[in-house]
Design a protein around this ligand. Structure first.
Ligand code: ARG
Length: 475
């Protein structure tokens, strides 16, 4: 059913209609559209624009549609242009032509902006909850490897030994920044565009504040032109999704490396690996690889949206319809990815012996020699130079740093005594890095305890956010 046509003498051509039609993807907005229609109806009734008896007929038709849409009994048909026109058809089928009275004081421009905000608020809450599950799984995993040493890398070369728990916990840190970004996003995005009309607001006496409150928004967007044109809330959400995707891609890259024969650090659970159709021996880290791959797709959506709104005139332009498919795609793919990565992480078993055995390779304890000399009063450039010479001498003799003789050490620097050997072991190299952010097991334990406090506070906050949102939707 078209929501316009009075000034036209022809219906749209087939190609025009196919281009314009969005119901096959914007149907995802149907329940949010019905809920915002209910809020609009309440405002129309409260201000006596629709009388009580018609309002109650429309209200029960909206209720019926909510049930029928949820069960799939009511669905769009080929002649429906978009979610709004499909649902208005449903309303009129149930109430009769008077049902169209609900259109007073509203345009699809403020309607779609409202629906889309509700959709994204709902789904960003879901994304926060799923991200918290991953963060919690990775923190639990980190807690199992606090005292296990692994090589730490820079330039993908052995750099200094680290606690593997520290290595894993860093991912929980980036995910926790993602959660706080979603919280900031919610603060900015929970504002209502409803009542902005086509662009100029409504001449009808409607309380836009009341419908905003009813829909769980914390206020009304101050400028009606901004309200129908703004898609910052979409761009920001896509940035957050992209950055979560980038964080997952870095987890994915690490897991793929760790699962290779060359590393051999991780044994993936069979439930989170896949086989090859030709090579029977293969066990591939596909979840990790899809994490890497899908991050490209999220960034593509963000880039596409920014390109659509760049230079776009105000207020509503049909270009804005292009904001939806890419957003649905990003949201749905992230919600597919997060539980799979959580499962992969939670079921991973690391080979402690192999990580420990590889940790000192590449003279990763050389910094200990430099630090030893600094503590003896040598300025760092000299200490660095001496440690470098120690590495060179070891290469000549094909031995490890700890095997350098007293005379070798003395030849490098008179202050380099055999005492340095106490520092030239993995556990001591970890233990001495005991600042609050350091890799000493005692520091990592504190870091993990702090992460856990933050994760459970965030999980509680988002569980109640979700409860509030579903309570509003169910009203
Ligand atoms: N399907 C449209 C969209 O997604 C709804 C708004 C249409 N408004 C209009 N003035 N044609 O943007």
């Amino acid at each position: 059913m078209a929501l316009w046509g009075g000034r036209f003498s022809k219906v749209p051509g087939e190609a025009m209609f196919s281009l314009s039609r969005s119901v096959h993807f914007d149907w995802r907005l149907s329940l949010y559209d019905l809920r915002s229609s209910l809020a609009h109806l309440n405002a129309l009734e409260a201000n006596s624009i629709i009388d009580r008896s018609l309002a109650s007929r429309i209200r029960s038709a909206i209720g019926e549609l909510q049930r029928e849409v949820a069960s799939g009994k009511f669905a769009p048909i080929t002649s429906d242009e978009d979610v709004h026109s499909a649902l208005e058809r449903g309303l009129i089928e149930k109430v009769g032509p008077e049902g169209g009275a609900i259109r007073a004081g509203r345009s699809r421009n403020d309607q779609v902006a409202t629906d889309f905000r509700l959709y994204l608020i709902d789904h960003m809450i879901e994304i926060a909850l799923e991200t918290l599950k991953l963060s919690s799984a990775i923190t639990d995993l980190a807690s199992q490897y606090v005292s296990d040493v692994a090589p730490g890398f820079t330039h993908l070369q052995h750099a200094q030994p680290v606690s593997f728990g520290h290595e894993l916990a860093k991912h929980a840190q980036s995910l926790s920044r993602d959660i706080s970004r979603i919280s900031d996003w919610l603060k900015r995005s929970k504002l209502s565009p409803l009542g902005a009309g086509a662009l100029a607001g409504s001449s009808l006496p409607l309380s836009v504040e009341a419908s905003a409150t009813e829909l769980g928004f914390t206020g009304v967007i101050a400028n009606s032109i901004d309200a129908v044109s703004d898609r910052d809330f979409v761009a920001e959400a896509l940035f957050i999704i992209s950055l979560i995707g980038v964080h997952l891609s870095r987890i994915g890259e690490e897991w793929s490396l760790y699962a290779s024969i060359e590393f051999g650090w991780v044994e993936l659970d069979d439930a989170y690996a896949t086989g090859s159709s030709i090579m029977p021996q293969k066990k591939n880290p596909d979840a990790a690889e899809l994490a890497r791959g899908k991050s490209g797709r999220f960034i593509g959506s963000l880039t596409a949206l920014l390109t659509v709104i760049k230079g776009l005139p105000f207020a509503y332009n049909r270009d804005l319809q292009e904001d939806k498919e890419l957003t649905f795609d990003a949201v749905e793919n992230l919600l597919l990815l997060l539980p799979a990565i959580t499962g992969m992480v939670a079921s991973s078993k690391f080979n402690r012996e192999k990580m420990r055995a590889s940790a000192p390779l590449g003279f990763s304890l050389a910094t200990e020699i430099a630090d030893f000399l600094v503590l003896k009063g040598v300025a760092f450039p000299g200490a660095h130079e001496a440690a470098g010479k120690a590495v060179k001498r070891c290469e000549e003799l094909a031995i490890e740093l700890v095997q350098l003789s007293d005379s070798d050490l003395k030849a490098i620097s008179p202050l380099l005594t055999g005492e340095v050997r106490n520092r030239l072991n993995l556990d001591s190299a970890l233990k001495v890095r005991d600042s609050i952010n350091g890799t000493a097991p005692e520091s990592v334990k504190k870091q993990i305890a702090n992460l856990r406090v933050r994760i459970s506070a965030d999980a509680r906050a988002y569980a109640s956010e979700r409860k509030r949102f579903s309570g509003m939707m169910d009203q």
